[in-house]
Unconditional design. Structure first.
Ligand code: FES
Length: 107
């Protein structure tokens, strides 16, 4: 079972075991990770699931599609190269160890 690492604003890390096929957002919600509200429930319309994927893992992920990319232009925190909407990241076995940072504005 892949483990996702969520680094919070205070520097602490939450490790949550993920189900293959679930999203990184759903995994965070199930693990009670602070700062990932997912107000739209994962339909790519709220951007409250924004995360910064750690540099070491950016190349592992498929690029955002047009809809995700457009919404990333409107996130509360600055958009960075690792910015992703965690509801759009579907966990595979290759995600084991994936590390994402929760933006400071999401608490
Ligand atoms: S949960 Fe709303 S955009 Fe991801």
């Amino acid at each position: 079972m892949p483990t996702i690492h969520y680094i919070l604003k205070d520097g602490t890390t939450r490790e949550v075991d993920a189900k293959v096929g679930a999203s990184v957002m759903e995994t965070a919600i199930r693990g009670n990770v602070r700062g990932i509200d997912a107000e739209c429930g994962g339909c790519c319309s709220c951007a409250t699931c924004h995360v910064y994927v750690d540099d070491a893992f950016i190349g592992l992920l498929p690029p955002p599609d047009d809809m995700e990319s457009a919404l990333l232009e409107a996130v509360a925190s600055e958009r960075r190269p690792g910015s992703r909407l965690s509801c759009q990241l579907t966990v595979t076995a290759a995600f084991d160890g994936l590390t994402v940072h929760v933006p400071d504005t999401q608490v």
